[in-house]
Each structure stands twice: as structure tokens, then as C-alpha cells.
Design a protein around this ligand. Structure first.
Ligand code: SF4
Length: 487
């Protein structure tokens, strides 16, 4: 209990943490603590990623033990292969969410971004953007006698393809933007609450929306648990960040969970433990049955005391595609731009860096925007009413397009990832840096095992004016504000 303030900066989250601890409910933080220390070789990129059966091979970071894998793979190649694997995995994750977007990539990508991407790819001797080059790249494995330079270039290629693929996909029914609201205040008291996590089928979300809107007697409100889910007419109200989704479930505020692709197994386990019905979010699931089950659960339960006095949710617009400008920057407007994004991580205090960083940059008069959990915490805190929210999947490319339309990256002071969860998030961050953006990541990434890889990566990013700064420890807000100021 004495570490509650280190888990979340938010008072209501802290109250939920106390309540979960009193009820003996194990959450993400307890699991993370039991797993310490996590694999140090892997954290440095020195655990071979190839999954061959001669392994696992690990290289000694201090140069006193093994300096090569059994097959002879050296330190630099092992670290570069780790980076390659992360980007490869990230691109596969994105393809899994938007399989159709790959088919026509060269035509769906906004022209100005495509020109810039092809310029960057060409300057490294890589093929221009196309659906077939994307599939070739995905199918090519990193196995074989590849040196670290080739692996690094391959990783950068994959990262850029991931950024463009995600950004060129269609989100929601209204191309361009959608209404959303964020905050624990979206949990209102008079009806059943159905929480969505992961990537549920859009058909099921639409069907449930129709059922709830059309219901005469029984109804429910639909909320997203950390996932940004397009629904009818906008995005589902965001009840919490991804890191707080278990916390919210433990509070008893959610009567039924719909878990789509990517949902953490812990959410199912917690639902079983707390006897909350959980269904898989596929198109085949019956919306009517889901609604009836949630309503019947709601009747048997009472609204948690913790929510008696929650501030109202904040309404805002989520920008999702280049078909409609986000207003982040325009030619007429002046001012420096900063983007804050990224996911909650259990060893970082939830909400702290994003809220402190946005306050500091806002005080400096910067134009701010962002996506992901960081955006949820900023919206929840109501520090900056002009903060521009982007869809986490398509938004990074849209932000790039806004900047390119306004004349390039000169006005961008930086893009800060306050934390990383999925590989596709890392691949997006690297893709942004490869395209020419200044990017920082507040947590360590697994390439510190090779100075040569770190050097060569920085050099390759510099060709297009990009930068990727990362830390060997979870960064403090002051380090990140200094990085923004150091442009
Ligand atoms: S270093 Fe070589 S032998 Fe060892 S696991 Fe990797 S690929 Fe296999």
C-alpha cells in the first residue's frame, strides 16, 4: 500500500488500488514485481532472437563470458537481429489488425507522405513503397548470414512500412475524425456497463451499439478499457488507460467484458476471479445475448461507492486520417509542436510523465498533440484544452502529414513515447525517426548491448534528419523536458 503513489498519479486510481489490495486482488503491478529481475540479456538485445534449437544463446554484456552464439553470431548481429525481430513482429501485428490496407498501399498513402517515404527509402537503397514490396519484406526472414548493417536497414525498412501501413488504413465510419470522451466519468450509474478491450470485431461493436440505442426497456452503456475503438458516430467512450483496465474491473464498475484480438490474458483471468462475464469480441457473438447478460448482472450489483463523486468525462475529437486535417499545425499558425504518446508500463507511475510533460511544454507555449495512454491521462487531467488527440493506429502518420503540409519537420520539437507495450508501437516510433522526426522513448529499448548498433542506427537516422533517443533507465520528466528544449 505504501507504494500506491508510485503506481498511479491519479487519486481515483489510487483509491481503486487500495480497494483491490484490501480485497486481495492481484493486478499487473504485483505480477510485474514477482517477475523481477527480468531477463537482462534480453533487455540489452543479447539473447538470440532466432528461436533455433541450438539455443538459447546469450552473449555476456561485460565481455567476460560468451562473445558469440553457437553458430558464430556476434554481438552486433545479435542486437541488430533483435531490433529486426521487434520491427518484423510490429509489422505483423499491424497487418493482423488491418489486413486489407496492404493491398493498395501505394495508392492509399497520402501523396506527400509517400514522396517523403520513398525519398528516405531511396537514400538507403531500399525499394519504394508498394503492397508487393511490403509482403516481400514480411515474408523474408532475418535468418541466414546477415551482418548487422543489413539487419539494421531491414529493421528500418520494416518500421517505415509499419508506420505507413497503419496510417493508411481506414478507422471508423467517418473518415477523418470521430467524437470521443475520456475519464472515469464515462462510467455513469443508471445502466449496465459493457467494457471492450483489445480489438473487437467492428460488426459486433456496431450491433451492440444498435441494440443499446434501440432498447426500450433494458439498456447498457458501452465503454472502452484502454483501447481506442471506433463505434457508430465516433469512438467508444474511453473509461480508462490500458494500464488501468484491470484496476477498473477490480472496482466492480463493469458488468461484462468483450475481449477482442490482442486483449491481455490477465483480463480474462481477472473476470473469472471476480465472476464478471467475459466474451470474445468476434462478429459471431450475439449482441442481444451480451446485452441481456450485462443487464442481468447490473441488476444484481450496486454502483461502486468509489464512483459516487467522479468528475465528468472530457469530450474531445479524435483525428484519424489524412482525409481531414487535424488542425495540429497550419501554414498560418506559428509555434513549436510537441507530441506525447505511448502506453502505460507497470514500472512507470501511471499518468505522471504524460501529465507533467504536457504541463511543462504547455507552459512553454507549445502546440501539443498525442495518442495512446499518454493522451488519455492528459485528457483526464484537463490541463490543455487545445491538446490534439490522434487515433493511436493511424494518428502517427496523420501527425506527420500535418507537419509536412505545414512545411516539414522544422516546427517539430519532438515526439516523446512515455512507454511502450506492443512491438507495433516500437516499430512506429522507429518509423517516425527514420522518416526524419525527433523521437524519444522514456524507457530502455533492447539495443544497448551493442555500441556499434547504437552508433550505426543514429547515423542512419541522421541521413533524413531523424533521431531516436532512449535511456538506460526509466526517464524522469526533467530529462524529457530537457530533450525537448535541446532541439
Ligand atoms: S546464436 Fe546461432 S546457434 Fe545460438 S540460438 Fe541464435 S541462431 Fe541458434
Amino acid at each position: 500500500m505504501e507504494t500506491i503513489h508510485l503506481k498511479s498519479a491519479d487519486p481515483l486510481s489510487q483509491a481503486m488500488l487500495r480497494s483491490a489490495a484490501l480485497n486481495g486482488v492481484e493486478l499487473i503491478w504485483e505480477r510485474a514485481e514477482k517477475l523481477q529481475p527480468q531477463d537482462g540479456f534480453l533487455r540489452l538485445g543479447l539473447s538470440c532472437p532466432y528461436d533455433c534449437l541450438l539455443g538459447p544463446c546469450r552473449i555476456d554484456p561485460f565481455g567476460q563470458g560468451a562473445d558469440k552464439g553457437i553458430c558464430g553470431l556476434d554481438r552486433d548481429s545479435m542486437v541488430a537481429a533483435t531490433l529486426y525481430r521487434l520491427c518484423h513482429r510490429g509489422l505483423l501485428e499491424t497487418l493482423n489488425i488491418v489486413p486489407a490496407a496492404a493491398r493498395d498501399l501505394e495508392n492509399t498513402c497520402p501523396v506527400k507522405v509517400k514522396d517523403l517515404a520513398n525519398q528516405v527509402l531511396g537514400s538507403h537503397g531500399l525499394p519504394p513503397l508498394s503492397g508487393s514490396s511490403l509482403l516481400d519484406t514480411v515474408l523474408r526472414t532475418a535468418q541466414g548470414p546477415m551482418n548487422h548493417e543489413k539487419l539494421l536497414l531491414g529493421a528500418l525498412h520494416l518500421s517505415l512500412l509499419n508506420l505507413v501501413l497503419a496510417g493508411s488504413s481506414q478507422r471508423g465510419e467517418h473518415p477523418g475524425f470521430g467524437a470521443c470522451s475520456a475519464g472515469y466519468g464515462v462510467i455513469n450509474g443508471d445502466s449496465a456497463c459493457i467494457g471492450f478491450c483489445g480489438t473487437p470485431s467492428p460488426e459486433l461493436v456496431r450491433a451492440l451499439h444498435r441494440q443499446t440505442v434501440g432498447a426500450q426497456t433494458e439498456t447498457a452503456h458501452l465503454v472502452a478499457l484502454g483501447a481506442w475503438i471506433p463505434g457508430d458516430g465516433g469512438y467508444l467512450p474511453l473509461a480508462c488507460s490500458s494500464g488501468a483496465s484491470e484496476l477498473l474491473l477490480s472496482s466492480g464498475a463493469v458488468n461484462l467484458v468483450v475481449a477482442g484480438l490482442d486483449a491481455d490474458p490477465a483480463l480474462f483471468q481477472l473476470c473469472r476471479r471476480l465472476n464478471i462475464p467475459a466474451v470474445t469480441g468476434t462478429a459471431e457473438a450475439s449482441a442481444m445475448e451480451i446485452l441481456q447478460t450485462a443487464c442481468s448482472r447490473h441488476k444484481q450489483s450496486s454502483r461502486p461507492q468509489l464512483f459516487s463523486d467522479v468528475p465528468p468525462a472530457r469530450d474531445f475529437t479524435v483525428h484519424s486520417s489524412g482525409k481531414s486535417p487535424s488542425g495540429l499545425v497550419s501554414r498560418k499558425q506559428s509555434g513549436r509542436v510537441g507530441l506525447i504518446c505511448g502506453s502505460d508500463m507497470p514500472h512507470m507511475t501511471m499518468g505522471k510523465i504524460s501529465q507533467e510533460l504536457s504541463a511543462a511544454l504547455n507552459n512553454d507555449g507549445m502546440i501539443l498533440g498525442g495518442w495512446g495512454d499518454a493522451c488519455w491521462w492528459i485528457m483526464n487531467h484537463e490541463q490543455d484544452p487545445s491538446f490534439v488527440a490522434f487515433d493511436p493506429l493511424t494518428g502517427p502518420l496523420l501527425a506527420v502529414l500535418d507537419l509536412v503540409e505545414a512545411g516539414g519537420f522544422d516546427r517539430l520539437d519532438g515526439i516523446c513515447y512515455t512507454g511502450l507495450k506492443r512491438c507495433r508501437e516500437f516499430a512506429t516510433a522507429l518509423g517516425l525517426a527514420f522518416l526524419g522526426c525527433r523521437v524519444s522513448i522514456a524507457v530502455p529499448i533492447p539495443i544497448l548491448g551493442s555500441r556499434e548498433v547504437c552508433r550505426s542506427l543514429s547515423e542512419k537516422l541522421r541521413v533524413s534528419g531523424g533521431e531516436l533517443v532512449h535511456f538506460d533507465h526509466p526517464a524522469e520528466t526533467e530529462e524529457l523536458t530537457a530533450w525537448f528544449a535541446n532541439r
